[in-house]
Design a protein around this ligand. Structure first.
Ligand code: URA
Length: 434
């Protein structure tokens, strides 16, 4: 077999066999197929696509390139979730303890923020001492003991994906639905859970800007899970405006704490309820979304979900006194309110621009590895569809100094657009794909 023949076959829009995909990916990962051939192949895939069978084979070859966690001994009914990323998305911080409080283990490996999109690990590291670097044994032991883990990637999971993603990142080949689907699913399958809820974001602050593309990605990922013997459900959810009020690490932890006490922003709480309910269905604890939502409500109202969050943080060596007294969490030097410059209905709050402004304030990073400021961020006080009067509070900016405040104020006012006539609120969930 030769790499060039496989590239030409894909260039000619033909379907690759499992052997060809395995030969190519293993050869690339071993350094035997050079980057320029892998880049040509990735571009041919981007332009000509892959069948679901090819995509599933690519996924499984990448899964088999590294460690595969076996949860059957420690938590056979563990569920996992994945969000395709967005602005203000602190859902995991709420749904993981909620689902665990309902009796289902959750073993979750999360990522860091990059560009406009925040990352769960950065949020959790606002809590002093919290460890995101558990090794594989620690992951498995903690999952068995307390039924919850929330950490970075523990092991060498799907290393072929790591290599291929780095190459795609610099060759204009990220935006291919089969490549995105196989990349995400290879890591999820290698992480071991048998039931996975995929929160596929759509809109101005998401990878997928249109419902059609998000649906295609969701369907493909559910299909890959099925072919790989796992159960997955994809929720297509809105990311045109930021999720909830808080954008920025410690601010988002505070919002998650409020939500776990039953006092979170309504739209964010509804989103969490929906995601958690689908995790409960996937894990066999609820028969339908209504029953799932009821269980979720009880776990929060009864205080069990909050207790479970404290258990999770203390198991990973975080200082829970910061959760019990959130004023102790990192805070910005300057906190100022920006009032509405006019009266009207809010037509749009451009999520991507809000995320980019959070990065400008220091809450996120433009390049991998940059350090971040956990205290800074934004509170978006009103939502799309709200009627606002001139001079009413519109947002709070948490900045390190006046210069950053002013730059953020300008960008955030530009991120809002207004209407004289009523505007419908945005939906939370567009579709559920089984
Ligand atoms: N996230 C991933 O893990 N992989 C992709 O290809 C895109 C987003």
């Amino acid at each position: 077999m030769r790499a060039i023949d496989i590239i030409i076959k894909k260039r000619e829009k033909k379907e690759l066999t499992e052997e060809e995909i395995r030969f190519f990916i293993n050869g690339f990962t071993a350094g035997e197929i050079p980057d320029y051939q892998a880049a040509a192949w990735a571009m041919a895939v981007l332009l000509n696509g892959m069948t679901p069978r090819e995509t599933k084979d690519l996924t499984m070859v990448m899964v088999e390139s590294g460690d595969i966690l076996d949860l059957s001994e420690v938590a056979p009914n563990a569920v996992d979730k994945h969000s395709s990323g967005g602005v203000g998305d602190k859902t995991t911080l709420v749904v993981e303890p909620v689902v665990a409080a309902c009796g289902l283990p959750v073993g979750k490996m999360s990522g860091r923020g990059l560009n406009f999109s925040g990352g769960t690990l950065d949020k959790m590291e606002s809590i002093p001492g919290y460890r995101c670097d558990l090794n594989q044994d620690e992951f498995l032991n903690q999952l068995q003991e307390i039924g919850m883990v929330l950490t970075g990637q523990t092991a060498d999971l799907a290393p072929a994906d790591g290599e291929l993603y780095a190459l795609r990142d610099v060759t204009g080949t990220v935006d291919s639905i089969p490549l995105i689907a196989s990349s995400i699913m290879s890591k999820k399958i290698a992480a071991g859970a048998h039931a996975i809820v995929l929160d596929v974001k759509i809109g101005l602050g998401a990878f997928m800007e249109s419902l059609d593309l998000a649906r295609e990605l969701g369907e493909l990922m559910v299909n890959i899970a099925d072919l790989a013997g796992r159960k997955a459900v994809a929720l297509l959810s809105d990311m045109n405006q930021p999720l909830g009020i808080a954008v920025g690490n410690a601010l988002e932890v505070k919002e998650a704490i409020d939500t776990l006490h039953g006092n979170g922003p309504q739209s964010f709480w509804e989103h969490c309820q929906e995601v958690a309910a689908h995790m409960l269905i996937a894990g066999g604890k609820a028969n339908d979304a209504e029953e799932g939502r009821e269980l979720v409500e009880k776990a929060v109202q009864g205080g069990q979900a909050w207790e479970r969050f404290l258990d999770l943080v203390s198991a990973q060596e975080g200082d829970v006194s910061y959760l019990k007294d959130p004023q102790k969490l990192p805070q910005a030097a300057l906190i100022k309110t920006v009032n509405a410059p006019r009266s009207g209905f809010i037509k749009q709050i451009h999520a991507r621009r809000v995320g980019e402004t959070a990065v400008l304030l220091g809450a996120g990073r433009e390049e991998k590895g940059e350090s971040i400021d956990h205290g800074v961020g934004i509170e978006i006080l009103r939502e799309v569809g709200d009627r606002v009067e001139e001079g009413e509070p519109l947002l709070n900016i948490h900045a390190k100094d006046e210069g950053d405040f002013q730059a953020a104020e300008k960008a955030l006012l530009e991120a809002h657009s207004w209407s004289e006539t009523p505007v419908d609120p945005l939906p939370q969930i567009y579709e559920v794909i089984h």
